[in-house]
Design a protein around this ligand. Structure first.
Ligand code: SAH
Length: 388
């Protein structure tokens, strides 16, 4: 992948074949604002690139492997504990490979301390958030891929502020590393633990920052010392439906789960709820998803925020069931978490139950997402929005 100090150029390459959209109210904006990117970090680089950086300092390349093993294998971000690296070289290596990228400015917990939400301030002052959710048999981290978002979905808090910039690969990876370190140190209720699942469902549209998102998946799944050694099968990339990027991801060789934020089975309503639908229609997005399932063998996750009297009618459940039946698919219904000032709210529980029943009647697997972290503004972008 290409990493450069001029993200505008990179961003244009990321948008690539998607073409330019003139941003207008209610439209998705695929352009990415120019802005400076953070200093290079270990987590941006492959093993060879790290060795080259260290050799550029006149230090033996294998020191990069030692530092990487401390970082990813031992989850140590404390250079004074890296006793295998000579003190005389340590400071220079730290400066070159592990510059400080993000500061936690707020930490909120709920569910007895098993849900931890963090707002991060990045080197240029922009805010992003990540959430750690511990369950009896797994720990899921919800991470951000962009500061803000250009997709403009009217029910989503992140969309309201527009896109600030893409996150660097390391800014994505380090959200997970912070959670992994906190778990290893026993700082999360439930004793020492590990991250098992990752969902790209925090701020941003991962497919607009495609190259860096794929690079972050490479880092997270490579074994130590190259990376954290997670299973790609535990990683979910969620998208509004950038069809060319869904196709790219299918060919990336990483068997991650694809989640598609559908929210409506008909183009008329989806044009409103997910403005990118004007460019990539329901049928095109679903065709790309089925091709993804064919290629990877992975079940597609369909995200559907249930919004009272907007998209929760019985006929829409039937239509959704008809679109999905017979496919390798699972529907995640998300009770809408109303954003401040929104006129929309979650569905009546009876309508929610009927929606589930109708999908089940068509033989479509469906669950209603639990609402972890609601009281700490757990919904997409709300906490960072209220910290601005
Ligand atoms: N841009 C990507 C990933 C980030 S959002 C995407 O749209 O898929 C992760 C999920 O949360 C998406 O399905 C999104 O539609 C949903 N979401 C956003 N705001 C929400 C809200 N207020 N209530 C319920 N779900 C919401």
């Amino acid at each position: 992948m290409s990493e450069s100090c001029t993200p505008g150029a990179d961003a244009a390459a990321d948008a690539g074949s998607l073409g330019a959209l003139i941003p207008a109210p209610g439209m998705a904006d695929l352009s990415v604002p120019r802005g400076s990117m953070p200093p290079k970090h270990l987590s941006d680089l492959s093993g060879n690139e790290r060795r080259a950086v260290v050799e550029g300092l006149g230090i033996k390349g294998f020191r990069a492997d030692q530092v990487s093993r401390q970082w990813f294998g031992r989850l140590s971000d404390d250079p004074t504990a890296w006793t295998d690296v000579p003190v005389a070289e340590r400071d220079r290596i730290v400066h070159a490979l592990v510059p400080s990228l993000m500061q936690p400015i707020r930490k909120l917990t709920s569910d007895n301390g098993t849900t931890v939400k963090t707002v991060w301030k990045l080197f240029d002052g922009v805010l992003v958030e990540s959430v750690l959710m511990r369950y009896p048999n797994r720990v899921t981290m919800c991470i951000s891929s962009q500061a803000g978002c250009g997709m403009n979905c009217p029910f989503c808090a992140t969309g309201q502020g527009g896109l600030r910039r893409n996150l660097s690969t390391a800014e994505i990876v380090e959200q997970v590393m912070a959670g992994a370190r906190a778990l290893a140190a026993g700082e999360v209720t439930g004793g020492p633990g590990r991250v098992s699942n990752i969902v790209f469902m925090g701020m941003g549209e991962p497919m607009v920052n495609y190259n860096r998102v794929v690079a972050s998946v490479a880092r997270l799944t490579s074994p130590s010392p190259e990376g954290l050694g997670l299973s790609a099968r535990g990683i979910t990339v969620s998208t509004v439906g950038l069809v060319p990027r869904i196709n790219d991801l299918a060919n990336s060789g990483f068997p991650v789960t694809l989640a598609v934020s559908l929210h409506a089975p008909d183009n008329a309503l989806r044009d409103e709820l997910v403005p990118l639908n004007k460019k990539f229609r329901v049928e095109q997005v679903l065709d790309a998803a089925w091709a993804y399932a064919d290629k990877t063998g992975r079940r597609i996750s369909i995200e559907y925020a249930l919004i009272r009297e907007i998209n929760d009618q019985a006929w829409r459940a039937d239509l959704l069931g008809d679109l999905l039946r017979g496919q390798l698919v699972h529907v995640n219904l998300i009770p809408l978490n109303p954003t401040p000032g929104s006129k929309w709210t979650a569905s009546d529980p009876r309508d929610e139950r009927e929606f589930v029943r109708r999908l089940e009647r068509k033989g479509v697997a469906v669950t209603v997402r639990d609402t972890r972290g609601r009281e700490i503004d757990g919904a997409c972008g709300q906490l960072a929005a209220s910290s601005r």
